[in-house]
Write a protein of this length. Structure first.
Length: 236
């Protein structure tokens, strides 16, 4: 745990492995942490249902209860309406002609961060924390560090207030994300992530694997499973 906490953060919290690890990271570092989730018509909307229990359980960790502030949910259903993607339509998960997977939702992270900044402006939270990563990911251009830091600069200029976009997982692969979770909250946090977070693009919570729930075949499940297996192997 950090020796001194200060500042206020707003965590983009989907209820998945990455955002839960980021929430724990923020609770360990900031005096006050609020969360925001987005309903954009995603097919795996069940991820939002996981958030309440995860927040309640994270508040049980020593030193984190006092830091955890209110939760917010923002509807961005129009994004889903204008997106022809595998996360917002009944479309096969595959590589598209543009070289990006059909799970890429154009503008998603750009909008998420902009709306988070607007909310943070009102709530006095100038640290925006997201689980974006360009080390072990699906190739989404709005997950890249250059994209997000450029966006942070534009947001700061446009709102005349200095915002910092924090991406603690940016240079970590999925195995290292498990390492970070264990470092932050020990086996208790690892177990919480395994049992209660949701990453599967298909919204499958009927199949329980050693790495958690999911269909086991979508890109999100494959990344999570491979990272978990690498982490477990490194520990033995």
């Amino acid at each position: 745990m950090s020796d001194a906490k200060n500042g206020k953060a707003l965590v983009l919290f989907s209820g998945g492995q990455d955002s839960t690890t980021c929430l724990a990271w923020a609770l360990d570092r900031f005096e006050t942490v609020e969360t925001v989730g987005f309903d954009y018509g995603q097919s795996h909307l069940i991820e939002l249902a996981c958030r309440e229990r995860l927040r309640a359980e994270l508040a049980r960790f020593p030193g984190w209860e006092a830091a955890l502030g209110p939760d917010h949910t923002i509807s961005l259903r129009e994004l889903g309406n204008i997106s022809e993607t595998a996360l917002t339509r009944d479309v096969a998960i595959e590589m598209a002609d543009n070289g990006l997977p059909t799970t890429f939702v154009p503008g998603r992270n750009l909008l998420f961060m902009t709306y988070a900044a607007a909310l943070g402006y009102r709530r006095g939270a100038t640290h925006l924390v997201g689980g974006m990563c360009e080390t072990d990911y699906s190739g989404y251009p709005d997950c890249r560090n250059d994209t997000l830091q450029t966006l942070g600069h534009a947001i700061s200029l446009g709102m005349a207030r200095e915002f910092t976009i924090e991406t603690p997982l940016m240079w970590l692969d999925k195995a290292a994300t498990w390492v970070l979770a264990e470092k932050l909250g020990g086996q208790a946090l690892v177990d919480l992530i395994l049992e209660d977070t949701h990453s599967c693009y298909r919204g499958d919570r009927t199949h329980r694997h050693e790495w958690g729930y999911g269909c086991g075949t979508c890109p999100a499940c494959e990344l999570r499973a491979n990272g978990y297996a690498t982490w477990v192997a490194a520990r033995t």
